[in-house]
Design a protein. Structure first.
Lengths: 144, 157
């Protein structure tokens, strides 16, 4: 019931965090779909790279900074499993997203190679699932 | 997890499907505006179907579990934020639905052009850049962000 009586000062950080989380999830899905389709249509490869660098990373940053700001305001969930999952997916996710950006850049530069886009599909697909797990943990707050 | 947490999880899942799908559709829409060959534009329209499916299912899921949450938790049906959110839900659906029909006509033209030799077409570019279609589709996305803001700030609660 804490969500019902949330103080006003918590709202903007939470809004930015949720907006960033939804956007990074959609942009990651777009990356997976476009990378998978680029096996058949290689002209999609620049789109995969631009999406991973121009949309996924900025929205990840919005999610992460909004989350940190929100956590600094809200004395809720400290040391809890659901918050730990959120931080894990957020922080470890950056490594995966940088790998996605690198592989999508290689795929764009070398359209004759198929493996870079397969790597993008695999890594971005794993991160997409991790985002869904984090969404379950952050929204349902199991164990709280 | 108690019932409130489960309901909130499914409600948020619907919201993620809508907003995530809208971002995906936006990315593919911007990409389509930058292509000239009808066959490439058709591919981008086909990929957009994944986003549209996510938005459509998410809208229903978010509304169904949102209504359940209102009846289950200490919210009032007449609360300003709930009434506004429901109005905006219908507005977003109307804008997206009308915009989607106009996009469908552009996709059908692109498919015709593919069958006729796949040459760039000024008419197709005009339809893709139709300001009314763009305003409807992007306006629908902005309204959904407005619903998210209402869910966070809950004015009148």
């Amino acid at each position: 019931m804490l969500a019902i009586v949330r103080p006003d000062s918590w709202n903007l950080p939470l809004f930015l965090h949720v907006l960033g989380a939804t956007a990074v999830t959609g942009a990651t899905a777009a990356t997976v779909v476009a990378a998978a389709a680029s096996q058949k249509w290689p002209w999609l490869r620049p789109l995969v790279f631009k999406t991973s660098v121009g949309v996924v990373l900025p929205t990840w940053l919005l999610m992460r900074l909004g989350g940190a700001w929100s956590d600094s305001r809200e004395p809720i969930g400290d040391d809890s499993t659901w918050l730990g999952i959120g931080y894990l997916v957020g922080d470890a996710g950056l490594i995966l997203l940088i790998a996605v950006a690198i592989f999508s850049w290689i795929g764009k530069r070398r359209p004759e190679k198929g493996w870079p886009e397969k790597a993008v599909v695999g890594i971005a697909g794993v991160y997409f699932v991790a985002l869904l797990v984090a969404m379950f943990a952050m929204s349902g707050k199991p164990g709280s | 997890m108690d019932r409130y947490q489960w309901l909130l999880f499914f409600h948020v899942t619907g919201a993620f499907m809508v907003l995530g799908g809208a971002v995906m559709a936006g990315i593919l829409n911007v990409s389509a505006l930058r292509r000239e060959r009808p066959s490439e534009i058709v591919v981008l329209f086909r990929l957009t179907r994944y986003a549209v499916t996510s938005i459509t299912v998410g809208m229903v899921v978010a509304l169904a579990f949102g209504l359940w949450l209102v009846s289950d938790a200490d919210y009032g049906w007449g609360d300003t934020w709930i009434v506004l959110a429901l109005i905006l839900w219908f507005v977003a659906n109307a804008l997206g639905g009308i915009g989607g029909k106009r996009d469908k006509r552009a996709r059908q033209l692109a498919e015709q052009l593919v069958a006729q030799g796949d040459q760039p077409s000024a008419e197709l570019q005009t339809r893709l850049r139709d300001p009314v279609s763009l305003a409807l589709s992007w306006g629908s996305g902005i309204v959904v962000v407005g619903i998210l803001a209402l869910m966070i700030w809950k004015p009148g609660a």
